[in-house]
Write a protein that binds this ligand. Structure first.
Ligand code: ADP
Ligand code: MG
Length: 767
């Protein structure tokens, strides 16, 4: 189809952006007049826009774009391109704007955020990491100043005092995880004054597909301190002796491992003839399972690294080490035992929230990314978001070469090294995208053995990585990086200062090489998008082998193939097999997402009921009123003894404690339930129905139960030195010790199950 025709029709399933484009002339028509204004007058024009509510009518929208453009020109020295204004309008309408890498989404997003803020709606701009939250807030600050809106950002190190202040700004930039932890901590607050996060209004999500799709399933977890765990060295040793395929089997998708009958025999013998499935000792099987998971499914340098005597997780979708992440405790301890490092403290999960639930709190959501259309269906299904495809500012001239397919990994590596050497001779910068940290290191080794010096990006910090990636377009640069390392950073040809641009353009621009295809075409697209920004020359190629995990796991083929002398497979049907494998992987991920979504919906409803109640206790005197009803006599006594205010305080704390305690226990129940169902009903009945059947009645008496326990504690409370001693009444809040993100891969739906098992080991639930 001719480009001009496609432009008019737009992509099927995407938002029609022509109404936005039609405003561009009117916007430009205001430009000369606005240039004449002083800064203060420009600011006044912006604040005039605050005299109405959302949404913007046509006239005001034109003014917003024109004023925003002029403010950006003055404050940042960048006059927003038409496409950025189209993006801004799509965002204001609550869509996901698909704009390629390097198109200037930061600025388009900032103008949209200002548009919301000027109409009195607080905006949270959500980034994928702390570094980007801070960078973007500071970068856009002069623009916001000129538009008269206040901006702030949240960092990992911030105290709750600073956070509270930061959240009062019109626009707050935060990483998804910091926001999530703040929300979780607020859910355990015992005093109104301790609350940090304001009522959610607008979420503007950068890298929207990563956050909303890739990380949607990730629970953010708040854990409280408990005792230090024991290293299960015995089990770690035992499972080390088990033989793959004979004693245990790993599912095709690498997410589950089970003992075979032979394996069960071996383990039972090694443990002096215990019966793993005996009702008398329920602790043995989970211990074996945890050790086996750690042994068989979690690979050092792929899923975690060992540094300074500690096990540190690698976030696979980002390919970096995450400081605050750990696995659920039993698994963490099992990996620590496997690696023979000291076992860290264990804890109890107080509460958790998925990224998806976090985002859905906002009545208005919008976002931007380079790759949204490929997940348009999911964005619609899970978030009621539509995608607006924004044309690039300058036509994309990047050459995307067909995949090169090799018979073995070895040949694939050889081909990569050879190709890099060839391209490097011309001084052309090369960016190599790998699947994980271990692979990056291996590739780097091979390259340097061939005399090709390269920079490897993986487990460093975001700021350092950004600085390195910014130079990946330098003449002669070779950069090896996991998929998302250093993201959010622009790769300019000729280095960040573009000093050498001419030479690099002449050499052909950035050459992006994918070392293996990713589990989704969208991720391939993200890597490709690093080249060819703003009409730059550039090209991309993926080098693949039929031995790649993606192919082996998702499209195992037995038919043969012919190879060239270099081991390359040119048969087009084999190339289609690779595409097919990727589609299978995409389908699986979607299924996992949909499953988690369905389970979490019910959990979120129940959590919502508890939180609603909690809010009432926190903000008025609901706790006190209930106690007064339930324990009228004791209440009257205490009021006389210590005064009304003190009774209110104690009633509130006691009520909140039992609500929170009850939720922690209920949460553990749900995890166990889900695990049990997973094992019992797999493939026979709809596990979700089973889950509902037990989870709903279990929750029925929740609030009454919490209330009754609160009344009991209250009855037992004694007065010491004029205050009610609630600790003596058993009200001891766990201190919040950790926040972490659980990455469900490779366990998918079973992940929480491990938490459930562990919880049973560590702290038996009250009957
Ligand atoms: P994206 O997030 O879309 O990949 P960024 O927001 O990081 O892109 O912007 C990429 C680069 O383009 C930045 O260096 C920014 O300064 C520059 N840029 C953005 N908008 C403009 C503009 N209108 N004119 C000139 N440069 C711009
Ligand atoms: Mg960006």
């Amino acid at each position: 189809m001719a480009e001009s025709v496609r432009r008019v029709l737009g992509k099927p399933g995407s938002v029609d952006v022509r109404p936005y484009q039609r405003l561009l002339d009117s916007i430009e028509a205001q430009e000369d007049e606005l240039r004449e204004l002083g800064d203060a007058e420009l600011t006044a024009r912006a604040s005039d826009l605050g005299n109405a509510d959302l949404p913007y009518d046509r006239g005001d929208l034109v003014t917003l774009c024109a004023v925003g453009r002029e403010a950006a020109r003055r404050a940042l020295g960048e006059r927003p391109f038409d496409v950025q204004l189209v993006g801004l309008m799509a965002l204001l309408d609550g869509h996901v704007a698909e704009m390629n890498t390097g198109e200037g989404k930061t600025l388009a997003g900032a103008l949209a955020a200002a548009g919301f803020a000027l109409r009195g709606q607080q905006v949270h701009v959500l980034s994928v990491n702390d570094y980007l939250a801070r960078r973007d807030a500071e970068w856009m600050r002069p623009l916001y100043d000129l538009l008269g809106v206040a901006v702030s950002w949240i960092g990992q190190e911030d105290t709750s005092e600073r956070r509270r202040v930061a959240y009062t700004a019109d626009i707050t930039y935060a990483s998804v995880s910091e926001l999530g932890f703040d929300v979780l901590r607020d859910r355990l607050a015992t005093d109104d004054a301790d609350l940090v996060v304001p009522t959610p209004k607008i979420a503007l999500i950068d890298e929207a597909d990563s956050v909303l799709v890739d990380e949607a399933r990730v629970p953010l977890v708040l854990a409280g301190a408990a005792e230090s765990g024991d290293a299960d060295l015995e089990m770690a040793e035992l499972v080390r002796t088990l033989r793959p395929r004979t004693d245990f089997e790993i599912d095709d998708d690498g997410r589950n491992v089970q003992l075979t009958d032979t394996g069960i025999d071996v383990v039972e013998k090694a443990l002096d003839g215990v019966d793993l499935y005996s009702e008398d000792d329920l602790s043995m099987l989970p211990r074996v399972n945890l050790a086996l998971h750690a042994h068989a499914l979690l690979r050092r340098d792929v899923h975690y690294v060992v540094r300074d005597g500690k096990v540190k997780l690698i976030n696979e979708s980002r390919g970096r080490i995450e400081l605050l992440q750990r696995w659920p405790d039993g698994l963490q301890a099992a990996v620590e035992a496997k690696e023979k490092v000291a076992v860290s403290e264990t804890g109890e999960i107080l509460d958790s929230i998925t990224v998806q639930a976090l985002v859905l709190r906002y009545p208005t959501r919008c976002g931007m990314t380079g790759t949204a259309m490929a997940v348009a269906d999911q964005l619609r299904e899970f978030y009621e978001l539509e995608v607006a495809v924004i044309e690039p500012n300058k036509p994309n001239i990047r050459a995307d070469e067909p995949n090169r397919l090799y018979a073995t990994r070895e040949e694939k590596e050889d081909a990569l090294v050879e190709e890099v050497a060839e391209v490097h001779k011309e001084g052309r910068p090369v960016l190599i995208g790998t699947q994980d940290v271990a692979e990056s290191e291996k590739v780097a080794e091979r390259l340097s053995a061939a005399g090709l010096e390269c920079v490897v990006l993986n487990a460093k910090n975001d700021a350092d990585e950004a600085a390195i990636v910014a130079e990946a377009g330098q003449y002669g640069a070779i950069t090896v990086s996991t998929q998302m390392a250093g993201r959010g950073t622009d790769i300019r040809l000729g280095g960040s200062d573009m000093a050498d641009r001419e030479r690099v353009v002449e050499a052909g621009g950035l050459y992006v090489m994918g070392f293996g295809r990713y589990p989704s075409s969208r991720l391939d697209g993200q890597l490709r998008g690093r080249a060819g920004r703003q009409g730059d020359p550039g090209s991309s190629v993926f080098i693949v082998s039929v031995e790649d995990d993606l192919v082996v796991n998702n499209a195992p083929e037995t038919r043969g193939f012919d190879v060239t002398a270099e081991g390359e497979i040119t048969d087009p049907s084999w190339l289609r097999t690779v595409d097919h494998a990727q589609r299978v992987a995409e389908g699986q991920l979607l299924e996992v997402h949909r499953n988690t979504w369905r389970y979490n919906q019910l959990i979120d409803v129940q959590r919502g009921v508890v939180l609603e109640h909690r809010k009432a206790v926190l903000s008025d005197d609901l706790g006190d009123r209930q106690i007064a009803v339930d324990r009228a006599e004791r209440h009257a006594e205490l009021v006389e003894e210590v005064g009304e205010e003190e009774v209110k305080r104690a009633a509130r704390l006691i009520t909140l404690y039992h609500l929170d305690r009850g939720w922690t226990d209920h949460n553990a129940f749900l995890s166990d339930l889900r695990e049990g169902i997973h094992l019992r009903f797999l493939g026979r009945r709809d596990p979700l129905d089973e889950f509902h059947r037990d989870a709903v009645p279990e929750f029925k008496g929740f609030l009454d139960g919490a209330r009754a326990r609160a009344a009991e504690s209250f009855a037992e409370a004694k007065v010491v030195d004029g205050t009610i001693d609630i600790a003596a009444a058993g009200v001891k809040r766990p201190s919040i010790t950790w926040t972490y993100m659980v990455h469900d891969h490779p366990f998918s739906t079973d992940f929480e199950s491990i938490v459930g098992k562990v919880k049973n080991l560590g702290s038996p639930r009250q009957p």
